[in-house]
Design a binder for this molecule. Sequence first.
Ligand code: KG4
Ligand code: ZN
Length: 344
Amino acid sequence: MTLVLGIESSCDESAVALVTHDRRILAERIASQEDAHAPWGGIVPELAARAHADRLAPMLEALLAGAGITLDEVDAIAATAGPGLIGGVMVGLVTGKALALATGKPLWGINHLEGHALSPRLVDPDLAFPYLLLLVSGGHCQLIAVEGVGCYRRLATTIDDAAGEAFDKVAKMLGLGFPGGPAVERAAEAGDPDAVPLPRPLVGSGEPHFSFAGLKTAVLRTVEGGRHGAADIAASFQAAVTDCLVDRTAIAIRAMPEATALVVAGGVAANRTVRAGLEGVAARHGLPFLAPPARLCTDNAAMIAWAALERIAAGLSPEPDPQARPRWPLDPLAEPVRGAGVKA
Ligand code: KG4
Ligand code: ZN
C-alpha cells in the first residue's frame, strides 16, 4: 500500500488528508476561514496566511491521531506549491518540507490545478485519459484537455475574471454576504432568470475563452438602476454565467473529439443550474458527464495527496526542493490571452 499525506493552503481552506493508492481517503480535516474573511467581504491574503499558520499543525496532529496512523507509516508527503496566495502556499509547503526533513520521507510540491484536474479519477477509477475538464472556481476558469499525468493542454481561459469571482462580486453588490456563490444560488431560487436582460460575453465567438467582467458591470448598472429585485438579478446573472460556460464548453468539446468524458471541478461546479447546463451540453454531444462530490470540487487536501499518488504510479520523481509559486500554469506552452493576468 502507498499512503500519502496531503496538505492544501493555497487559498482560504486549510486542509490535510491521508489517501491511499487504491483511492481510500483514510482521514481528512478541512477548516474554512469564512469567519476570518467575512467582515471584509472577501479574502484578505495576510489573514489567510496567518490562519493557515495557526491551524495546520494542530490539524495534522488531530488527523494522524484520529486515523491511528503515525508519520512513520506515511510513504510520502504532498503539499500544494502553487498557484495561489503566496503567503498561504509558503505556510503549507514549509510545513510539508519540515515533516519530510524530520521523517526522511519524500516531499512532492504539487500544482493545485493538477490536484483539481486529477481529482475526478480519485472518485471514478474508470475515468480514462484523455478527458475534457472545466475548472471553475474563485480563482480559475479554464477548459483543459487532461491527456495524462503531467500532460495538460489548455484549451481556454478567462481573459479577465473567474466565474466564482463574478459570483462573489455580484453577491456583494446585492448585499448577500460572503462567500457569494451559495448566497446567489439561494437568492436565485425565488427569481426569474429572464427578468433582467444581461450580456453573455464572448458567446458565439470561435475561440472558447471566457470573460465575465462585462457581465459584472452590467449587473452593477442594474443594481444601481433600482428597477429589479435581488432575486431576479441573481437568477438572471446565474443564467447568464451558465449560458457562457455551456457555450464555451461546447466549442471545446468539438475541438476535442477524442475526449472520453466532460468533467467539471471547482467551487462553481457545486451550483445546480451550472451543473444542469453542463450535463445538458455533454448529453447533446454524447459524452458522459462527471462532477465529483462538492467536497472534492472545492479546495481540499485529498486531491493534493491523490495528485502525488498519480505521479508515483506514473513512475515520476518529485522535484527536489520545490519552491512556492504564486503563478504556475498547468500548460506551460499555453499563450497568454488578451486581458489575461488576473488569476492563475
Ligand atoms: O474551488 P474553490 O473552493 O476555491 C478556489 O480555488 O477558488 O471555489 C470557491 C468559489 C467561490 O468563488 C464561490 O463563490 C464559488 O466557488 N461557489 C459557488 C457555489 N459554491 C461555491 N458559485 C456558485 N454557486 C455555488 N453554489
Ligand atoms: Zn482551487
